[in-house]
Design a binder for this molecule. Structure first.
Ligand SMILES: [Zn+2]
Length: 306
């Protein structure tokens, strides 16, 4: 039996799991790390630790140099150039594997989730921003290290301000905050409308809006559909570049399902070059839920001791 621990270090969460022979057997969610996220990361690993743990993995939101495991920078996680892999190896005395969180999620979907049996697939994670990972020839493709950061593809020149410091990135129009912004804008124009009752407490979160859409609120459905259309336009570009067999959409907003993915599929199919001569690859919801990043990190760690 191989036991490994994986952690997911995101902008708004820290989750640790223990995986034995490819199956998650324990999980724990911790408070969002502060400025020194390594202290929190080490404490999280320790909570899952037993003496038979053979390796430790981490998936971090941002640019991670692989396989060195150096967290270079990320718009949602503090710190730069932190040697996470070597810190974990020194602390726990076992091999560590550290990668971008979308890459670890893709590994989890490839081995346990929606992409099982696929050779070429893309993972697009929708949350605070857009993350991504490429599965090529049955494994994660990283480029020099940072491939799949398509949340920051230029979507519109001189467009909306992005958390990365640039303007007009794809994630400014197709992410949780993008949906929340549409909700605020609509509410400012229609303060007495039906949606206003749902948003009366000033909760413009993507979660509130998607719940309203799922409950059949037409206005909320329209807003989710707008984000879905922007999602579809970007997916069309990714299909043109990678020609995947399958696109898996994960992350908090990705779990919304058809109210988002239906419009995305329609827009992508319309915009795809040669679209009448080639099928649109299936665009499906990820299967592993909020544990995907951490479970994938644990699987990546297991690879380092195979
Ligand atoms: Zn950006």
């Amino acid at each position: 039996m191989v036991a490994t621990v994986g952690i997911d270090l995101g902008g708004t969460k820290l989750l640790a799991v223990r995986v034995e022979d490819g199956q998650m057997v324990a999980r724990e969610l911790f408070a969002t790390p502060g400025e020194d996220f390594m202290d929190s990361a080490i404490a999280a690993v320790r909570e899952m630790w037993t003496d038979d743990v053979a390796a430790v993995g981490a998936g971090i939101a941002g640019l991670v140099r692989y396989p060195d495991g150096v967290f270079v920078w990320g718009p949602h996680v503090p710190g730069t150039n932190i040697p996470v892999r070597s810190i974990l190896e020194e602390e726990f005395g076992v091999p560590a594997a550290v990668d971008n969180d979308a890459n670890t999620a893709a590994l989890a979907e490839l081995h346990l989730g929606a992409a099982v049996g696929r050779t070429h697939a893309l993972l697009v994670t929708l949350g605070t921003g857009i993350g991504g990972a490429v599965i090529a020839d049955g494994d994660v493709f990283r480029g020099s290290s940072f491939a799949g950061e398509w949340g920051h593809m230029l979507y519109q020149a001189n467009g909306l301000q992005c958390d990365c410091g640039k303007r007009g990135c794809w994630e400014t129009v197709a992410s949780g905050p993008a949906l929340a912004r549409l909700g605020r804008e609509f509410h400012a124009l229609n303060p007495g409308g039906h949606l206003a009752k749902i948003l009366q407490k000033g909760d413009f979160s993507a979660e509130t809006l998607t719940k309203a859409a799922d409950a059949g609120d037409e206005t909320a459905r329209g807003l989710v559909s707008q984000v879905g259309a922007a999602l579809g336009q970007g997916l069309c570009s990714l299909i043109a570049v990678f020609d995947p067999e399958l696109i898996v959409v994960g992350g908090g907003l990705g779990s919304v399902g058809e109210s988002l993915l239906g419009p995305a599929r329609r827009v992508a199919a319309d915009a795809l070059h040669g679209g009448s001569h080639r099928p649109l690859p299936p665009i499906v919801v990820a299967e592993l839920g909020p544990e995907a990043n951490a479970v994938g990190a644990a699987l990546l760690a297991a690879q380092s001791v195979d």
